[in-house]
Design a protein around this ligand. Structure first.
Ligand SMILES: Cc1ncc(COP(=O)(O)O)c(C=O)c1O
Length: 426
C-alpha cells in the first residue's frame, strides 16, 4: 500500500494493546458492534430513509430511542453532541436573546452562540442557581454542562424548578452523561427536569464516534427540532453511525443493568485510590476522575505513568486524570488500572490552586468578538484589550476570559501562572 500515515498510526496504536479508558465507549471491543458496518455504509435510498425527512426506518429508530429514554422526541445526530448543542440553542432562542450560561461551557456552545447571535450571561457553575433565582436581567434560556468532564454534577432538579419559575428552558450539555439513565440512581438530566439534553452517546456507549442524541423533554420544542438539527448538519450523515445509535438503544433495552458491574468496578477503584491517598472527584458513578495533585503529581505526570503501564486515560491536566469506564472494558483493563494506581509515587500534595479572578467586564457582544479581525499578541500586551478567544486553564477548566470581554491585569497574571504566553485580541 502507498503511504497512509493516519491509518498506519491507528494500526500502530492498536498494536500496543493499551487498556482503553477513553472515548469511544465501545472501546473497539469485538462484541460491542457488528463487524459488518463497513458493508452497510449506504446512503439515502428508498429502503433506508433520510435523516432530515425521516418517515421510515430512521423515524422508527428515533421513536424507539425516545421511548427508552422517556423523551417526548429523540433525534439522531451523526455530527456529535456539538450538532445537538447547536440545535438546542437554536430551538430555545429562535429570535436571539440572552442565555444564562455556566462558565465551563464547551467551546462548541460558545461557537454556536456566536453563530446564532446569542449573548451569554456567564455565571460560575456553583453560582448559576443563585443568578437564576436573583438576576433581574431578561434571560431567554439557561444552559449548563452536567456532568462536566470530571463527572461532577450540578443540582439539575433545583435548576429546573428555578427555570420553570422564570418560564425559560433548561438546556443541559449532557455530553458525558448518556449512561446516567442506566445507573443506580438514575441521574440523567432529562429525568431530573431538563427541557432538552445533548447526549454524546459515542463517549460512553457502543456507538461509533460522532453518534449522539438530542433528547427533548418539553413538547414545545418538538415541531421545530428536525429543522434546527439540519441547520448546522452535513447532508450526508453516516449510516453506520446512525445504525450504531440504533444498536446501542437495542442493547440498553435488552441490558438495562449493563452499567451495574461498571459502577461496582469504579467503586472498587475509588477505594483503591483512596487507600493510596487520591480522591475520585466524580459524582458520575461510572467515571474515575483522580485528583493526583493529592499525592504531588500533576495529572499529566500521572497519565505518563499510566501509559507506561499500558493504561490510556481519557484526559489529564494540571491536577487530575480522568478514566471513562464502560461495559466494554475488560476485567484485565481494570486490573491494570488498579495495579498502576498502586504504583504512583506518593508525595506531598501540590499547592492549592489560586482563586480564579472575578468575571471580567463584557465590552462587546460575543458574536462581534468572534467574527471581527483579531491577532495574537504576547500576553502582557493583552491587558486592557478585548479578547477574541477564550483562555481556559485546566484545572479548573473554566475560562478566565471569553471573547468580547476585557482582558484584565488580574486575568493576565493568572494566565501567566498557568504558562499562557499569548492571546488573540481585537
Ligand atoms: C462537555 C462537552 N460538551 C460537548 C462536547 C462535544 O461533543 P462531540 O464531540 O460529541 O461533538 C464535548 C466533547 O468533548 C464535551 O466534552
Amino acid at each position: 500500500m502507498t503511504e497512509a500515515p493516519l491509518y498506519t498510526a491507528l494500526l500502530q496504536h492498536q498494536e500496543k494493546h493499551m487498556a482503553p479508558f477513553h472515548t469511544p465507549g465501545h472501546k473497539c471491543a469485538p462484541n460491542a458492534l457488528p463487524t459488518n458496518l463497513l458493508r452497510l455504509d449506504y446512503t439515502e435510498l428508498p429502503d433506508t430513509d433520510s435523516l432530515f425527512e425521516a418517515s421510515g426506518a430512521i423515524l422508527q429508530a428515533e421513536k424507539l430511542a425516545a421511548s427508552l429514554f422517556g423523551a417526548k422526541r429523540t433525534l439522531f445526530s451523526a455530527g456529535g453532541c456539538s450538532l445537538c448543542i447547536q440545535a438546542m440553542l437554536r430551538l430555545a432562542c429562535p429570535s436571539g436573546g440572552t442565555v444564562l450560561c455556566a462558565r465551563n461551557a464547551h467551546r462548541t456552545a460558545v461557537n454556536a452562540m456566536a453563530l446564532l447571535g446569542l449573548q451569554p450571561l456567564w455565571a460560575m457553575p456553583n453560582n448559576i442557581l443563585y443568578v437564576l433565582n436573583n438576576s433581574t436581567k431578561s434571560i431567554n434560556a439557561c444552559y449548563v454542562t452536567s456532568p462536566d468532564y470530571y463527572g461532577r454534577l450540578l443540582n439539575i432538579p433545583a435548576l429546573a424548578q428555578a427555570c420553570k419559575h422564570r418560564h425559560i428552558p433548561l438546556l443541559v450539555d449532557n455530553a458525558h452523561g448518556t449512561q446516567l439513565a442506566f445507573t443506580n440512581p438514575d441521574l440523567h438530566p432529562l429525568h431530573l427536569g431538563a427541557d432538552m439534553t445533548a447526549d454524546s452517546a459515542h463517549k460512553t456507549l457502543n456507538v461509533l464516534t460522532g453518534g449522539a442524541w438530542l433528547q427533548i423533554g418539553n413538547p414545545r420544542y418538538v415541531p421545530g427540532a428536525k429543522s434546527a438539527m439540519s441547520l448546522f448538519a452535513s447532508t450526508s450523515p453516516s449510516y453506520p453511525i446512525m445504525a450504531s445509535l440504533d444498536l446501542a438503544r437495542a442493547f440498553l433495552q435488552e441490558h438495562p443493568e449493563a452499567f451495574t458491574p461498571v459502577q461496582q468496578q469504579v467503586q472498587h477503584l475509588e477505594q483503591a485510590a483512596a487507600a493510596h491517598g487520591i480522591t475520585n472527584v466524580s459524582d458520575d458513578p461510572t467515571r474515575l476522575s483522580l485528583r493526583t495533585s493529592d499525592i504531588g503529581l500533576t495529572g499529566a505526570q500521572a497519565a505518563e505513568i499510566f501509559r507506561q503501564n499500558g493504561v490510556e486515560p481519557e484526559m489529564a491536566d494540571g491536577g487530575y486524570v480522568v478514566f471513562i469506564c464502560t461495559p466494554w472494558n475488560t476485567a484485565e483493563n481494570y486490573r491494570r488500572l488498579e495495579k498502576t494506581i498502586a504504583l504512583l509515587p506518593a508525595g506531598k500534595p501540590l499547592p492549592k490552586l489560586p482563586e480564579l479572578p472575578e468575571l471580567p467586564p463584557v465590552r462587546i457582544p460575543l458574536r462581534k468578538a468572534v467574527f471581527s479581525p483579531s491577532r495574537s499578541v504576547p500576553l502582557k500586551q493583552a491587558v486592557g484589550r478585548i479578547a477574541a478567544e477564550a483562555a481556559c486553564p485546566c484545572p479548573p477548566g473554566i475560562p478566565v476570559v471569553m471573547p468580547g470581554e476585557e482582558v484584565t491585569a488580574q486575568a493576565v497574571e493568572f494566565l501567566s501562572g498557568y504558562g499562557f504566553f499569548s492571546l488573540r485580541v481585537l
